[in-house]
Design a protein around this ligand. Structure first.
Ligand SMILES: Cc1ncc(COP(=O)(O)O)c(C=O)c1O
Length: 401
């Protein structure tokens, strides 16, 4: 009889054993430069955010000890929801305990006769959200509008249709083709869900994300997002028409049956939202650092692929050299993220680097120096780079002077 605990070893373990690299579940050394964190704006340690969280902790305690629907709703949650709806130009918002849960909640929209259309590179939480829903499931090639159109055209014309995409793809750093997605959604009577986990707070003049970047706030029918990145906190969000947000409040099981976002997290997110609204220079600074990183890495001979954002992926290809590079960078005092299958397709392993507004110029220089030294030593880039390279054209927030 099979023992359910008798599992095959995780694929990456072989590669980790071969290289001696241990990139996962690691604490960063205190003196390492953290270049692999999603706190793009550096708000997790901002004194105003920390103080807001501490005040909420003192006032409300450590936990809501229950779900929003029963005993877990605080005025802080309601205030945060109203502020988010206003910020994103939506009728209503709902905050959840994590961004993962916000995306799982999307599944509640998908009934038996419905059809979902997901970008193949969507985040795991959106993939699982679709699996929690019902109806037919379709996946279009990453960013491929022609493929999406063929799938939409072939679907039952009477089915309720939902197109689902990340706004900013978290591993490759590219953006969804939002205007084209909206056009197709209109042509085929579909609704469009955009996960703004990495772009809300970072893109657009006011930090409202990918939709603002494209000048198309109305293009999105339902936003999802997280407070664990630009907001320096923990929690998730859904924002859209009042009717559908209300529907999700009462039907989305990941919302109904999980304890509410903690008071400290809600207060931190509220304080961060105010900073996101009022301090656009933070976004500029992240993009300045990102530009230096992209161009510095390209000049050395690395590829940062189609990324147009502060998600700076250094494409290595195979997992073994990727893990070796991660370990070498780690030993040089630079903490990055080694991304191998299944997080990216096999053979597309990368080192993910993310600057923060709080990094100094000197730290960015040290990150680039470490890439140069380690990359040359491991033979990933030539000793002397004499190739042509193209400077990156980033999706910078267009700030009014
Ligand atoms: C694109 C994307 N969506 C959703 C999530 C989930 O967010 P959270 O960390 O709040 O669960 C993440 C974080 O890993 C993400 O990268």
């Amino acid at each position: 009889m099979a023992d359910i605990f008798d599992k095959k070893p995780i694929a990456a373990f072989g590669e980790m054993a071969e290289t001696g690299a241990r990139p996962y579940y690691r604490t960063a050394a205190p003196d390492a430069i953290m270049a692999g964190c999603n706190d793009y704006l550096g708000l997790a340690t901002d004194p105003r955010v920390v103080e807001a969280a501490a005040a909420a902790l003192a006032r409300h305690g450590t936990s809501c000890s229950g779900s929003r629907i029963l005993n877990g709703t605080l005025p802080l949650h309601e205030e945060l929801e109203a502020a988010l709806a206003d910020f994103l130009g939506c009728e209503a918002a709902l905050v959840t305990t994590t961004g993962f849960q916000a995306n799982l909640a999307v599944g509640a929209l998908l009934g038996p006769g419905d059809a979902s259309f997901s970008d193949m590179a969507n985040h795991a939480s959106l993939v699982d959200g679709v699996l929690l829903g019902q109806g037919s499931r379709h996946r279009y090639r990453h960013g491929d509008l022609d493929h999406l159109e063929r799938l939409l055209a072939a679907a039952d014309p009477d089915a309720g249709k939902l197109v689902i995409t990340d706004g900013l793809f978290s591993m490759e750093g590219d953006l969804c083709p939002l205007p084209g997605l909206r056009e197709l959604a209109d042509r085929y009577g579909a609704r469009l869900v955009v996960d703004g986990a990495h772009d809300i707070g970072l893109l657009g003049a006011c930090g409202r994300g990918v939709a603002e970047h494209f000048g198309a706030m109305d293009a999105v029918d339902l936003f999802t997002g997280t407070f664990s990145k630009c907001f320096g906190s923990l929690g998730g969000l859904l924002a859209g028409p009042a009717g559908i947000v209300e529907y999700l409040r009462y039907t989305a099981r990941p919302v109904l049956f999980s304890a509410a976002m903690s008071p400290a997290s809600a207060a931190a997110a509220l304080a961060s939202l105010e900073i996101i609204r009022t301090e656009p220079a933070r976004r500029e600074r992240v993009f300045d650092h990102a530009e230096r990183l992209h161009n510095g890495l390209r000049a050395l001979g690395f590829s940062t692929g189609p990324s147009v954002t502060p998600v700076v992926p250094v494409h290595v290809g195979h997992a073994v050299p990727c893990l070796r590079m991660w370990q070498a960078l780690h030993d040089a005092g630079v903490y990055t993220n080694a991304v191998v299958a299944p997080a990216v397709p096999r053979g597309r392993a990368l080192i993910r680097v993310t600057p923060q507004a709080t990094h100094t110029e000197e730290q960015i220089t040290r990150i680039l120096d470490a890439f140069a030294a380690c990359g040359r030593r491991l033979g990933l880039v030539p000793e002397r780079a004499e190739h042509d390279w193209t400077p990156v054209a980033l999706a910078r927030p267009k700030l009014t002077p």
